[in-house]
Each structure stands twice: as structure tokens, then as C-alpha cells.
Design a protein around this ligand. Structure first.
Ligand SMILES: CC(C)(COP(=O)(O)OP(=O)(O)OC[C@H]1O[C@@H](n2cnc3c(N)ncnc32)[C@H](O)[C@@H]1OP(=O)(O)O)[C@@H](O)C(=O)NCCC(=O)NCCSC(=O)/C=C1/CC=CC=CO1
Length: 247
């Protein structure tokens, strides 16, 4: 589930599905998308904070859910697609706090954040190719822009895990926090929320620039990603994960 709260202009979105390492379900994507969309029109929400649980941000998309899409022609207007579009269209500053594993979309959503805080035990990993998949959430465009093509290849194609320190060196993480990472991220989100909102919105928009190329890339990735969900090597990788867990 997603636990939502609003305090001092900060909408906190806490991923909370500990029994499955916060793997994201359709309902969780819908809740996240709705929260971001609401923020675009609700003046009381001045900043979003997305966080997970101790030792786990998220294990990425629920792999069991992926198997349901095999054989289908596209992802259509599924909750995950709604969420990916909501990330691109989000107009309010987005802060993330990672205190553990951040896998798949748990990595790529960070590229849409304005500030990212990580604890020393954070581990960022995107095993897309190992799963027979391709990068998503615009990461094929944002990844090379943020960290350069070489490190983006290492993270997004090779699937190497990045420590918090390495992610900070790559420009994906703003600060590695030794103490309470959620508290540090919340303090930053409140600082953002306390600033003049119009100037903040205009400044953020200038920094982001024209997002049409990003939107197009997200749609292109969705098309390729959807077709990959029926590829034999992909289905085999999903089944291997599910079976290994059941054994
Ligand atoms: C490294 C792990 C995250 C954790 O390992 P470990 O601590 O040993 O814990 P486990 O025993 O493996 O896991 C505990 C239970 O959680 C279940 N689980 C974990 N991850 C997932 C998942 N992603 N989907 C479904 N279920 C998950 C696991 O089966 C256990 O359940 P049971 O107790 O009932 O057996 C490790 O679990 C791991 O590597 N997980 C898989 C990570 C992964 O490959 N994620 C997919 C990333 S791809 C992605 O996110 C892509 C997209 C797609 C396109 C668009 C947008 C979204 O995302």
C-alpha cells in the first residue's frame, strides 16, 4: 500500500508492502499517480516526498504482475503507464529518501526527483537486461544526461548495483545521510515547501526545460517494454524468479 500524509505543505508517499519488499502493484501505481496528479492542482501540496521502509525502498515492479501481461499487445492505460506519465507531468518538486534496495522503477523514478537522499545501506540496481527487458520511465534518456553514457550503461544495461556513494558520484543522489535519512529528506522537503511557490514552480520548470522529448521517449520505451513482456527470454526470467522463490 501507499501511506499518504500532508504536513507543512509536504505530501509524503510512503511505500509500505514489507512482505514483498515493497514491490509495486497496480493499486500502488494508481495511488502514486493520483497523488502526483492531485499535487498539480492542489495549492496545499507544495512538495512531494517519496520514501520506503528501513532497508527497502522498493524491489521494483511486482514480477508476478508482469506475467499477466505476457501475450497482450500493449500496456494500454494500465496503472503503471498512468504512473510513468504522471512522473513526467508532475509539476511539484519531488524529493526521495532511500534507505535500502531501490530496484528497477525504484531506480528510474529517482531520475525524476529534484532531490534524492540515501542512507549508506542504499543499493540502486536495474536488472532490466537480465530480465529480458529494457530501461523505462525515460531512463534511457535521463540516465545518460544525468550520469554520462558510460555510467548509464553500467547501471541500466549491465545491471551493476550502485552503492549510495557511487550513485552520489554519478549525480543520481544529492546526499548520503549517515543518520535518519527520512528525517533529512523531510527537512529538505519542508524547506522547499516554505519557499515562494510561484518562483519555485517557474525555476523548476526552467531547469527541466522542454519535456516533449522525454514524453516521447517514455512512450517509446513503453511500446518496446510491452512487446518484451511476451518474449520467451523475458517470461523465462520472470518464471525463474517466481519459481526460485517458491522452491
Ligand atoms: C533483492 C530482493 C529485492 C530481495 O531479496 P531478499 O532479501 O532475499 O528477499 P526475497 O526473499 O527475495 O523477497 C521477499 C519476498 O518478496 C518477494 N519479492 C521481492 N521482489 C519482488 C518483486 N519484484 N515482485 C514480486 N515479489 C517480489 C519475494 O518473492 C518474496 O516473497 P515470498 O516471501 O512470498 O517468497 C529480491 O527479492 C529481488 O531481486 N527481487 C526482484 C527484483 C526485480 O527484479 N524487480 C523487477 C525490476 S524491473 C521493474 O521494476 C520494471 C518496471 C517496468 C516498466 C515500467 C515501470 C515499472 O517497472
Amino acid at each position: 500500500m501507499i501511506r499518504k500524509s500532508l504536513e507543512d505543505g509536504v505530501q509524503t508517499l510512503r511505500l509500505d508492502r514489507p512482505e514483498k519488499k515493497n514491490a509495486l502493484t497496480g493499486q500502488m501505481y494508481s495511488d502514486l499517480a493520483e497523488a502526483l496528479e492531485t499535487g498539480n492542482t492542489d495549492a496545499d501540496i507544495r512538495c512531494h516526498l517519496i520514501c520506503g521502509l528501513p532497508e527497502v525502498f522498493t524491489a521494483g515492479n511486482d514480477i508476478g504482475d508482469f506475467l499477466q501481461y505476457a501475450g497482450k499487445t500493449g500496456l494500454g492505460e494500465t496503472p503503471v503507464v498512468r504512473f510513468l506519465r504522471a512522473l513526467v507531468r508532475n509539476e511539484k518538486p519531488l524529493v526521495a529518501s532511500i534507505d535500502g534496495i531501490a530496484i528497477g522503477v525504484g531506480t528510474t523514478l529517482l531520475m525524476h526527483c529534484d532531490m534524492v537522499f540515501a542512507s549508506p545501506r542504499a543499493l540502486i540496481r536495474s536488472p532490466f537486461v537480465d530480465l529480458g527487458l529494457v530501461p523505462e520511465a525515460g531512463s534511457s534518456l535521463l540516465g545518460p544526461q544525468i550520469m554520462g553514457p558510460a555510467r548509464a550503461f553500467e547501471l541500466l544495461c549491465l545491471g551493476n548495483a550502485f552503492s549510495a556513494e557511487k550513485a552520489a558520484q554519478a549525480g543520481l543522489v544529492n546526499e548520503v545521510v549517515e543518520g535518519d535519512v527520512d528525517a533529512a529528506a523531510l527537512a529538505c522537503a519542508k524547506e522547499i515547501a516554505a519557499k515562494p511557490p510561484e518562483a519555485m514552480a517557474l525555476s523548476r520548470k526552467l531547469l527541466r526545460g522542454d519535456t516533449s522529448q522525454l514524453s516521447e521517449r517514455v512512450e517509446e520505451e513503453i511500446r518496446i517494454f510491452a512487446s518484451r513482456l511476451s518474449a520467451p527470454e523475458t517470461i523465462a526470467a520472470f518464471q525463474a524468479f517466481m519459481t526460485k522463490k517458491k522452491a
